[in-house]
Design a protein around this ligand. Structure first.
Ligand code: ATP
Length: 237
């Protein structure tokens, strides 16, 4: 059974009909890429899944549990953790404090410490900078900190919104490598990206979203070979 099943989502922002029957699945242990142009509805899809916007129709089921009308905190506790677009680290807090904030759904202090230590083991650059203010990190380091903080919340499925945004190609490669490592540790990933090339390198499957609904889906290899994807998202190579 699929870990996450999203079916027929509709979202309206006032007069804007942002999602029109959006459906997708993410299986246990998968990395699934969600590709699409500006304004196609990628961020809205993640926001609906994490309970930040309310769909007017459709269903969100995670491991057999209906989360369509669940509150954002309950969704995090169920294991769905959203890493929003942009550099959303607390700039005046240290790296260590930023990571500890990820432990807010967890009561057990020792468990939070263990999870923060696991993040440091995975990301030694953050360990070296644990006392540094978040806002003074490089763009790539801030993205890694945002992902690290999400890991401290104990995700079973990560919702990543454009982790490559504004980063140099080498840094994009190391962020994608981090996503792959996190996945190998057993966390499923729904990866929203405008950088289709980078996303399809690590994804198992993917979808293309246009005007609020999926218009194409398949394995990463199928999408890389699809002439529509090549033309619209891979720069016609
Ligand atoms: P991008 O890659 O540019 O972030 P996206 O695919 O993530 O785009 P969304 O941000 O989901 O697209 O936006 C989908 C549509 O909904 C767009 O037309 C956008 O203008 C509109 N929209 C998004 N958020 C709001 C909002 N808070 N109020 C009104 N309209 C919104």
């Amino acid at each position: 059974m699929a870990a996450l099943e999203v079916g027929g989502l509709d979202v309206h922002y006032g007069g804007v009909h942002a999602l029109r029957g959006m459906s997708l699945t993410v299986g246990e242990g998968e990395i699934v890429a969600l590709l699409g142009n500006n304004g196609a509805g990628k961020t809205t899809t993640l926001s609906a899944i994490s309970g930040l916007v309310r769909p007017s129709a459709g269903k969100i089921v995670f491991d057999g549990r209906d989360l369509t009308r669940a509150r954002p905190e309950a969704i995090v506790r169920a294991g769905l953790v959203h890493v929003p677009e942009g550099r959303r680290v607390f700039s005046t807090l240290t790296v260590h404090e930023n990571l500890q904030i990820g432990g807010y759904p967890v009561r057990d202090k020792a468990e939070i410490r263990r999870r923060v230590d696991r993040v440091y083991a995975l990301l030694p650059r953050l360990a070296e900078r644990r006392a540094q203010q978040g806002g003074t990190l490089s763009g790539g380091e801030q993205q890694m900190l945002a992902i690290g903080r999400a890991l401290v919340s104990g995700p079973r499925l990560l919702l990543l919104d454009e982790p490559s945004m504004g980063l140099a190609p080498l840094v994009v490669a190391s962020v994608m490598e981090l996503v792959r490592e996190v996945n190998l540790e057993g966390v499923s990933v729904l990866l929203v990206e405008q950088n289709a090339k980078a996303a399809l390198k690590i994804a198992h499957r993917g979808y293309v979203i246009e005007s609020g609904a999926c218009v194409l889906g398949g394995s990463a290899a199928e999408l890389r070979g699809d002439s529509r994807v090549v033309e619209a998202y891979l720069g016609g190579v």
